[in-house]
Design a protein around this ligand. Structure first.
Ligand code: S3P
Length: 437
């Protein structure tokens, strides 16, 4: 149990959040498909990304780490005789299933207890439909990938927008040197497409990815056949907007705060948190906008000033899917009702985040309920959160959301197993202390 004291004054300062977890995973994996060294600068150091490094090493890639710089050389990967440990990382397991099946490498993918409770047929099913030999264990890990099978090219239509499933299928097709078109109901994060393009693969995508929310019909990504090894790449990883989201919400919650977040990734497919905050009237300024490797980057700065509840339509959910718990914490203190539409996917994240978010809000004395797949939060701006006890079920984003809620509680709160923060953000509590002092 960790005791968390409410903030005694405004949160102020500048925080350089860890490198984007999704981009770091892809940098290591795709670097493993290149014949010369790729360089990833600004690597996150989170446990999930270290799991990906471990997996690539087990397959024979050379991965050198020097602080925040990682160099990867792959080229001729080979099957691993021992199971590949993905730890807590769903992205590692789901993307690697496609990468291994595409390359025809026999392997077993395993992980921790939380990962072993998560659905894997969403990748194994479509891979089998394409002709590849991938099996789950009653729908969950371990995943067994066997050599052989022949890849059926064409179109895949995803029922749920998911960057993990989309990326898994693109990697499988890439390994088979086959073209593939993936459709999804709404655009999910496009880091795979951006990085593969930078490594020489021809990929076209619909305008949804540049302008989410403004384009009609399903989003699509079309990849041409391409042979490996890929061209090596140098990546400057932007700060993770999913980590920055905690400070954006904390800055909006605690009166008088001003939090600066330099060099955050603000891809339109990821920055739904900024859109959601804007619907509540929270002002987040962007400065020094640049682009690197197809990824837009900006310095962000947040100050309190919400004027109403938040509205999150279902089509926006893929671009803030990991930020819903902390946005819900903020929503509980906004003047008005907030609705997060179509957030059913939260039930199958590192824990059932919909249930855990309700549990957290109830513990704080806030009012919220789930109707179907929609989360309703009834804001009570004048009512302080009750000091609370919370078990985040080893889910890093729930532990971080609870830590932010504790900043505006009326006493000392306690949160269990905060060490799980290291999955994505090892220095989270140290950065919080820096903002509080
Ligand atoms: C991720 C995609 C998202 C997200 C996860 C990381 C990725 O999952 O929740 O934390 O890096 O592709 P889905 O695409 O399955 O929603």
């Amino acid at each position: 149990m960790t005791r968390l004291y409410p903030a005694e004054g405004p949160l102020r300062g500048s925080i350089r959040v860890p490198g984007d977890k999704s981009i770091c995973h892809r940098g290591v994996m795709f670097g493993g498909l290149a014949g010369a060294f790729s360089t990833i600068r600004g690597f996150s150091g989170g446990a999930d990304n270290l799991s990906t490094i471990g997996v690539l090493r087990s397959l024979g890639a050379v991965v050198e780490q020097d602080g925040k710089t990682v160099r990867v050389r792959g080229g001729a990967l080979s099957s691993s005789p021992t199971p590949l440990d993905c730890g807590n990382s769903g992205t590692t397991m789901r993307l690697m299933a496609g990468l291994l099946a595409g390359l025809g490498l026999e392997s077993t993918l395993v992980g921790d207890a939380s990962l072993h409770a998560r659905p894997m047929e969403r990748v194994a099913g479509p891979l089998r439909e394409r002709g590849l030999r991938v099996d789950t264990t009653h729908g969950r890990p371990p995943i067994l990938v066997r050599a052989g099978g022949s890849f059926v090219t064409g179109e895949v239509h995803l029922r749920v927008a998911s960057a993990q499933v989309k990326s898994c299928l693109l990697l499988a097709a890439l390994g088979r040197q086959a073209p593939l078109t993936v459709y999804e109901p709404h655009p999910s994060r496009d880091h795979t497409e951006n990085m593969l393009r930078a490594m020489g693969v021809a990929i076209e995508s619909s305008p949804h990815y540049a302008h989410p929310g403004a384009s009609e019909g399903p989003a699509w990504v079309r990849m041409e056949a391409h042979s490996t090894p890929l061209n090596p790449v140098t990546i400057d990883v932007p700060g993770d907007i999913s980590s920055a989201a905690f400070w954006l919400c904390a800055g909006a919650l605690v009166p008088g705060s001003r939090v600066e977040l330099p060099a955050c990734g603000v891809s339109p497919t990821r920055a739904g948190v900024l859109e959601a905050l804007a619907t509540a009237g929270v002002c987040v300024t962007r400065r020094n906008e640049v682009s690197s490797g197809g990824e837009p980057i900006a310095d962000l700065c947040v100050e309190p000033g919400a004027s109403t509840g938040m509205t999150v339509p279902a089509e926006m959910v893929p671009r803030l899917v990991d930020e819903v718990p902390v946005l819900a914490v903020l929503a509980a203190r906004l003047p008005g009702a907030s609705i997060f539409h179509g957030v059913g996917e939260l039930r199958v994240k590192e824990c059932d985040r919909l249930a855990a978010t309700l549990r957290l809000l109830a513990a704080c004395g806030a009012r919220a309920e789930v109707q179907g797949d929609d989360l309703h939060v009834h804001g009570q701006p004048g009512v302080p959160f009750r000091a609370f006890e919370f078990d985040p079920e080893h889910d890093h984003r729930m532990a971080a959301a609870a830590t932010i809620a504790a900043q505006v509680a009326d006493g000392v709160s306690t949160v269990k197993h905060v060490e799980c923060l290291a999955v994505s953000y090892p220095d989270f509590l140290a950065d919080l202390e820096a903002l509080r002092s």
